[in-house]
Design a protein around this ligand. Structure first.
Ligand SMILES: [Zn+2]
Length: 331
């Protein structure tokens, strides 16, 4: 892991550093905010800083002590990470029970024993209840870091026992330079930030993962379904190879943009400014209520993405609805 703090996390770092310095750090913190802001990296950096045997003046870990080397190797006994097991949709109660037992073991090197639970909102009910017991009677030196992009999914009893540390998308002006230095010179940092709702690491992922090519194909398919060139059921099957959330996130953003263009064709700020002419052309051929219908379907689908919903049927239903929504007479 890169040990530099991301520039947009400086305020949160200073806030936590002040709490540590004043010995006001509580035993549990909830790191909340949208994905792509580096909350998990922040939690790991904080753990490293607290476990390091000779932290630097700015409280960053030294990188060279015994604790830092164990952390680098992923074998430090006082840092425990809990995440859903492979292929599981939830963090299960057995995992939290194991964590609770580990937290009570004697600390081996440092003043702290740190647990990172992420995404904390994926704890099932039994797991959350089990964690609650540990939060109510925390072992000495315990620090539990709960990381979540959907803190509303956590029980209020858990949230109320955590100090809240909020992360928000930074102003594009403050991170465009950072992003541009991480990507190819020909790539447009501001466009990428816009597409990623301002989340810098999500923007970086877009630039380096092939996701932009997926986006181009999904956009072609959505237009293809609209004019009858792509068949909805086969398109749904092809989309599902990317999982449910990737296509739904893009469709959601395009639906928002088409609605904006119908409301105010010239002046709207768009999530996808590079697609403005094509979005406008498509938006003009669909009844506004149907655009809202598409938006609703994408939004509801995203809400169901972590459930056992039939994902193929969900995408099919949305694309059939979209196929019916477009006025093909005017083509
Ligand atoms: Zn160190």
């Amino acid at each position: 892991m890169n040990s530099e703090l991301y520039p947009w996390q400086q305020p949160q770092w200073e806030s936590v550093h002040a709490r540590v310095a004043n010995q006001r750090l509580t035993h549990a913190m909830l790191l909340s905010g949208p994905g792509g802001l580096g909350k998990l990296d922040f939690a790991r950096r904080l753990a490293r800083a607290l476990l390091c045997e000779s932290p630097q003046a700015n409280a960053m870990p030294c990188g060279g002590c015994r604790a830092c080397l164990l952390l680098e190797a992923g074998t430090h006994p006082d840092l425990i990470e809990v995440t859903p097991e492979e292929d599981a949709r939830a963090i299960k109660v057995d995992q939290i029970r194991t964590l609770a037992a580990q937290m009570t073991l004697t600390r081996q090197y440092a003043d702290y024993k740190v647990a990172i639970i992420q995404p904390a909102d994926l704890m099932n009910r039994a797991a959350a209840n089990s964690l609650l017991k540990t939060l109510e009677e925390p072992p000495a030196g315990a620090l539990m870091l709960l990381v979540s992009a959907r803190p509303g999914e956590l029980p209020a009893t858990i949230r109320s026992r955590c100090q809240l540390l909020r992360f928000a998308a930074p102003e594009p002006d403050t991170v465009a330079e950072w992003l541009q230095a991480c990507i190819e010179p020909g790539q447009d940092a501001r466009l990428l930030l816009g597409l990623a709702s301002g989340a810098p690491l999500a923007a970086l992922h877009l630039a380096t993962s092939g996701e932009l090519e997926h986006r181009a194909r999904l956009w072609e398919d959505l237009q293809g379904v609209a004019v009858g060139a792509c068949e909805p059921v086969a398109t749904a099957a092809a989309w599902l190879k990317l999982g449910l959330e990737v296509p739904l996130n893009w469709v959601h953003g395009w639906a928002v943009d088409m609605i904006r263009l119908r409301m105010s064709p010239s002046g709207s700020h768009l999530n996808n400014p590079d697609l403005r002419p094509a979005l406008q052309a498509l938006a003009e051929r669909v009844d506004l209520r149907r655009l809202y219908g598409l938006l609703d379907r994408a939004g509801q689908g995203l809400g169901l993405a972590q459930t056992t919903v039939n994902q193929q049927l969900l995408l099919e239903e949305m694309l059939v609805y979209w196929f019916d929504a477009v006025d093909t007479q005017s083509s």
